[in-house]
Design a protein around this ligand. Structure first.
Ligand code: CU
Length: 362
């Protein structure tokens, strides 16, 4: 089968034939229909996070189960699934206390790019190939642990709902689960890519007053379509000045989706006393945040989220239903569709800010 392999940090992906092993105990083989192109992949591909090479990136996949390994009870061939950027072991203190995005299995998987337990099922001849996020979705098929997948209804288009595997759930969850914004409260969303736009949709569905901030007018106009009440182009206007002009004070909540430490500091300055900033973007491994310490005396809080603090088997099927009934039009986030052999173009377009979200259709 074909996969996009990264052999060297900062170099283009190589699209080539690789071998995929049969699923082992508690693993499933999924034929992918589509995979979203997410900025976190680029982070690893450019070396902002350490990672053993070579690896196949791609972590917003959706497809159909083709085979199941021994002891798999939750899936059967023919099931439609969304693959998850974070695994939920179901046994650790975090999984058992309703915080599965903090699952203890995640860090080793993210650092080593293997399946749980350290194995890989991908190789080219004698050369083992790693699975970024324990997945490797820029490929025609994947073998993953069954805890890396959620079953969904069969009438949902896989080439749209694949985005729920990472970016869209992160944005929706950051707004709905983490801030728990209430009707009439204000929320400022910094960054209007796929995650930011999903945060706009989530906040809007909760009845919030939404301020969208970006440096591109095209993305801000789109944010209005997704429900933003106010837009601020930060290349022309300072949100720290503009938000109090709009609201009379700082925002009740802010969400930063870029993972840029300067934007994080700016967003922290834009919330009111007692306000909450949620970092939903992924900063580089060595980044440090500098904010005026005195602001914490005003009861301001800063936290971060992985995958929107969702409980995937519960929240993802629910988000799929809300997409199917039109509440969350996540298909409108997809501005371009590429083939697997065009994947390097897809990343270039993302870096230039030409797309909200693009997908690779297998
Ligand atoms: Cu992602």
């Amino acid at each position: 089968m074909k996969a996009a392999v990264l052999y060297e940090i900062g170099k283009p992906l190589v699209i080539e034939e690789v071998e995929l092993d049969e699923p082992q105990e508690n693993e499933i083989l999924v034929k992918l229909e589509a995979t979203g192109v997410c900025h976190s992949d680029l982070h690893f591909m450019q070396g902002a996070m350490p990672q053993p090479l070579p690896f196949v990136p791609g972590h917003e996949g959706a497809g159909i189960v083709e085979k199941v390994g021994p002891n798999v009870t939750s899936f059967k061939p023919g099931d439609h699934v969304i693959l998850l950027v974070v695994i939920e072991c179901g046994k650790c203190r975090f999984c058992l206390s309703g915080k599965p995005t903090l699952c203890v299995e995640n860090l080793p998987i993210q650092m080593m790019a293997t399946l749980p337990g350290g194995g890989v099922r991908l190789h080219k001849g004698d050369q083992p190939i790693n699975h970024l996020f324990g997945l490797a979705c820029f490929a025609e098929k994947v073998v993953v642990h069954e805890r890396s997948a959620v079953k969904i209804r069969k009438d949902a288009p896989l080439d749209a709902v694949c985005l729920l595997g990472c970016g869209v759930s992160t944005g929706l969850g950051a707004a709905i689960n983490v801030t728990r914004v209430k009707p009439g409260e204000s929320i400022a969303i910094f960054g209007c890519g796929g995650v930011g736009m999903s945060a706009v949709m989530g906040a809007k569905s909760a009845g919030a007053k939404v301020i969208a901030i970006d440096t591109l007018d095209s993305k801000l106009e789109k944010a209005r379509e997704f429900g933003a009440d106010y837009i601020i182009n930060a290349s022309r206007e300072d949100p720290e000045v503009k938000i109090p002009e709009i609201l009379g004070e700082g925002a009740d909540y802010a969400i930063e989706v870029i993972g840029n430490v300067d934007v994080i500091a700016k967003a922290f300055n834009c919330i009111r006393a007692g306000g909450l900033l949620v970092i939903a973007g992924m900063p580089a491994f060595t980044d440090m945040i500098t904010v005026p310490a005195v602001q914490f005396l005003f009861g301001k809080t800063m936290t971060a989220t992985i995958h929107g603090d969702i409980v995937a088997p519960v929240d993802i099927p629910r988000y799929v239903d809300l997409f199917m009934d039109g509440t969350f039009p996540i298909d409108k986030l997809i501005t371009r569709t590429y083939r697997l052999d065009q994947i390097n173009e897809a990343f270039e377009a993302m870096e230039k800010g030409e797309v909200i979200r693009s997908i690779i259709k297998m």
